[in-house]
Design a protein around this ligand. Structure first.
Ligand code: FES
Length: 222
């Protein structure tokens, strides 16, 4: 499907967006027979722009999809991966669902909280870390699972979780990549992923599919 052309109202709604985000939005809308179906990926595009879903971002998505602002807000507030406030440079998510819980996820979460100095559900004052616990990530065989900006690390012990936090703090990588973190801090994996993931994440936006967040120049890049 070809990228759609935006009309004057739509162009005005996204005038603050970068050219690459506008192009991405046009491509995404072109994939769907009904543009309202593009609401979820477009919310990610708005997150690429601002790091989280802003009121202006939701308004822009409403114009692009023809949905009401309330409908867009309902989607953005229902799904936990749409962040509604500014996050730290690294969103550290610890799975605490049953498989990870049984293999020590609470201790992993406690180690992350202690090492970052950031309680679960909060962002540190220096803007480096946001810590959260999350539900099952579908990698139960590799429990306990930790994600950094949604890049997964499996088989993480409390000590390795501390090492991971120190590595992030001291090295301050602009891009995090699951392959690298798994080698450095992971343990048993749920299964062989089969492909090398070359993309990495710079924001809590999926670094795959149309988003490819490591390709994007962001506020974190020096
Ligand atoms: S319970 Fe943690 S990945 Fe499934």
């Amino acid at each position: 499907m070809n990228p759609v052309q935006l009309n004057a109202e739509e162009l005005e709604a996204v005038q603050e967006w970068s050219e690459s985000s506008q192009t991405l939005a046009r491509e995404i809308i072109g994939r769907y027979p009904d543009k309202r179906s593009a609401v979820m990926p477009l919310l990610y595009v708005s997150m690429l722009e601002n790091g989280y879903v802003t009121a202006d971002g939701m308004s822009a998505v409403a114009v692009l999809t023809g949905l009401t602002g309330a409908q867009v807000q309902a989607v953005a507030s229902f799904y936990s991966m749409y962040k509604r406030e500014e996050l730290g440079k690294y969103l550290v998510s610890v799975c605490t669902s049953i498989s990870c819980f049984l293999l020590g996820a609470d201790d992993v979460l406690a180690a992350v909280e202690d090492e970052t100095g950031v309680p679960d559900g909060e962002t540190g004052t220096d803007g480096t870390f946001t810590v959260e616990h999350v539900e099952c990530n579908g990698a139960c065989g590799g429990a306990p699972v930790v994600l950094v900006n949604y890049e997964m690390v499996e088989g993480v012990t409390p000590d390795k979780a501390r090492d991971l936090v120190q590595w992030l703090r001291d090295g301050g990588p602009d891009v995090v990549n699951t392959e690298e973190m798994q080698k450095l801090f992971g343990g048993k994996k749920s299964f062989d992923w089969g492909v090398n993931e070359t993309e990495g994440a710079v924001l809590p936006v999926p670094a795959f599919g149309p988003y490819g967040s490591s390709k994007k120049v962001t506020r974190w890049s020096s």
